[in-house]
Design a protein around this ligand. Structure first.
Ligand code: RP5
Length: 168
């Protein structure tokens, strides 16, 4: 955890989402973005979730990442109780492997958006990058670190070669 008050709050619907959300936490760490993480459920802890969401802005949090699986109402409920930007990460849990959570997260009514990223760990990583880009608009130090990460990604691609296909 980076020192200082959290500017990003990461919420998962269950401790069983821990592995899938790890790339988000790692990326926030790498980008030097102070964050906090909580397990809260839209269905199992509705009152605690609403109280937590409503208090975020006043504590200096600037972006929320909310990740849940199955009937994933977590990000939507958070977006209903804060005016902060909310990034939703559909978790690949249950028999529908995240298609259910993707639709539940992305299909928000007009005026209450949830910026929804891809299903699972890839989405979790991009949730951190999206949060970082939002913060970078008002924070030159974060912008510099985001720019550097993009340059590293570009260098990795330009420095790589096609792999020979394996023998059948
Ligand atoms: C969702 O249901 C959670 O976000 C998780 O992805 C899924 C299963 O939760 P558990 O039954 O493992 O707590 O609410």
């Amino acid at each position: 955890m980076v020192e200082g008050g959290a500017v990003v709050a990461v919420i998962v619907g269950s401790a069983s989402d821990s592995e899938q959300i790890t790339p988000c936490l790692e990326t926030l760490e790498q980008l030097g973005i102070s964050h906090e993480a909580r397990v809260l459920s839209a269905h199992r802890t509705p009152h605690e979730l609403v109280e937590y969401a409503a208090g975020l802005e006043g504590r200096g949090v600037r972006v929320v990442v909310a990740a849940a699986g199955m009937a994933a109402h977590l990000a939507g409920v958070v977006a209903a109780h804060t005016n902060l930007p909310v990034v939703g990460v559909p978790m690949a849990s249950g028999p529908l492997a995240g298609i259910d959570s993707l639709l539940a997260t992305v299909q928000m009514p007009p005026g209450v958006p949830v910026g929804t990223v891809a299903i699972g760990p890839a989405g979790a990583r991009n949730a951190a990058f999206l949060a970082a880009r939002i913060l970078a608009l008002g924070d030159p130090a974060v912008k510099q670190r985001v720019d550097r990460a993009l340059e590293e990604g570009r260098d990795r691609v330009l420095g790589s070669a096609l792999q020979a296909p394996e023998d059948a």
